[in-house]
Write a protein that binds this ligand. Structure first.
Ligand SMILES: Cc1ncc(COP(=O)(O)O)c(C=O)c1O
Ligand SMILES: N[C@@H](CCCC[NH3+])C(=O)O
Length: 428
């Protein structure tokens, strides 16, 4: 058995190879595909939990909020609740999953640049620990919702530190042109803070910033922290108040390809932040991708092979990232050993788009045939959570394996496969 995970950092830690077949926690993908069907998302639960623990250990005096948008299901919420993480949600749907998954409401932080009044009421009446205000309109909306429910709502203000992180333009959120947050430079953030302090139903507990996603350069996090700390101190002295918390968001990058540079660790990020943020300010971080992405493998069945196109039974509906951002992945034959020479092939999906490409020019055995299983690692973040029903293709299940601490080693469904009946229910 050759352990693939340590070498590449792109496979779950429970992944290994046995006679050419990918196994996770000792269970072969052929058996898993036979039981649950394909396409299939396999999540190594022990790896997920271990990654959560690594983050908690890096911030022993702070709070780790899992960024639920990366991937959320009630089972995931249960693991987070048990391990002591908090949860970042950004919609009524994510709030509902947090609730049914058993997260204590005081450990939930509600984000979003345009929360509806209904979502705000839902959050306030459930008693969420904190709402992150993203505009002056939200100062008013959350204050009114808190008054209605007779509660004093803890809030943070999301600020734009004016830092353009080195990442895909679609994932950079800390610059002045971002739709998220209130500008420090223009005075918008200070004005919103004055608005919050004037509302008796709101309690300002902190400032928030999230500079983007898939970031490898720790200096961007350090620079954002430096700017926000200096703003926070200025506000404290002008307003004669204490702002005790700084939530610096998520965004730590992960490796998608074996050749990608090594991602910084949570402990390295913590060192950078602690060098800038004074001890009297409580730190929070919101990792999403860096916890869940490497824990999950997407498994597809090959349907046709022609002219170096390998067509599989999923595609841009379950993984929109390559078509949306040009995101690069690798793929391997996962169901058998092949001694055939490899050829550069392109793994495509089954959708009616030429851009429905999952992996371009990847070396795969020349004897690839219908019925073979292809595995794409690092498939845990922003894939199943961003999946669509394009071409009315039902979305695939997520199956947890390696959850030995809780459910024995058996694989079990944590998101079931969508059916055509589910889709037909939408039509009156
Ligand atoms: C406010 C906020 N927090 C946390 C995250 C999680 O980010 P990532 O998955 O890059 O760690 C995001 C998504 O980018 C976000 O918008
Ligand atoms: N959806 C993006 C990340 C956005 C981060 C969420 N704010 C991705 O797939 O990488």
């Amino acid at each position: 058995m050759d352990s693939v995970s340590v070498r590449d950092q792109i496979w779950p830690t429970g992944a290994a190879w046995a006679d050419g077949e990918l196994t996770i926690a000792g269970i072969g993908v052929r058996a898993l595909a036979a039981e649950f069907g394909t396409p299939l998302y396999l999540l190594d639960a022990a790896d997920f939990r271990a990654r959560c623990s690594t983050w908690l250990a890096a911030f022993p005096d702070g709070d780790v909020h899992y960024g639920g948008k990366a991937f959320l299901a009630p089972a995931v919420v249960g693991w987070l609740a048990e391990l002591g993480l908090c949860l970042d949600v950004c919609s009524g749907g994510e709030l509902a999953v947090a609730r049914v998954g058993g997260m204590p409401p005081e450990r939930v932080v509600f984000h979003g640049n345009n929360k509806s009044v209904a979502e705000i009421r839902q959050a306030v009446s459930w008693g969420v620990g904190c709402i992150v205000l993203d505009s002056r309109h939200e100062v008013d909306r959350v204050a009114r919702a808190a008054e209605e429910s007779g509660a004093r709502q803890q809030v943070m203000i999301r600020v734009k530190p004016g830092v353009d992180a080195d990442t895909h333009a679609s994932w950079a959120t800390g610059g002045e042109r971002s739709k998220f947050g209130l500008s420090i430079a223009s005075g918008e953030a200070a004005e919103a803070i004055r608005g919050v302090l004037a509302e008796p139903s709101l309690e300002l507990v902190g400032l928030h910033s999230h500079i983007g996603s898939q970031i490898f350069d720790l200096d961007s996090f350090g620079e954002a922290a430096r700017r926000i700390v200096s703003f926070l101190r200025a506000v404290e002295s002008e307003q004669h108040t204490v702002i005790g918390k700084l939530d610096l968001g998520g965004g730590l990058g992960v490796r998608y390809l074996p050749g990608d540079k090594t991602a910084p660790t949570p402990a390295e990020l913590a060192d950078v932040l602690h060098a800038v943020v004074p001890d009297d300010i409580r730190l929070a971080v919101e990792p999403g991708r860096s916890i869940v992405a490497p824990t999950t493998v997407a498994v597809y069945e090959v349907g046709t092979v022609k002219d170096r196109f390998v067509a599989v039974d999923g595609g841009m509906s379950d993984n929109p990232r390559p078509a949306t951002y040009g995101a690069a992945y690798t793929a391997v034959l996962a169901s058998r050993h092949s001694a055939a020479p490899t050829e550069a092939m392109t793994v495509v999906g089954k959708h009616c788009e030429t851009g429905d490409i999952l992996v371009e020019d990847v070396d795969l055995p020349a004897d690839l045939m219908p019925g073979d299983l292809i595995a794409i690692p690092c498939s845990g973040a922003y894939q199943r959570s961003a999946a669509s029903n394009y071409n009315l293709v039902p979305r695939p299940p997520v199956v947890a394996v390696n959850e030995n601490a809780v459910n024995g080693n058996a694989a079990h469904v944590i998101v079931r496969r969508e059916t055509e009946e589910d889709l037909l229910r939408l039509y009156p």
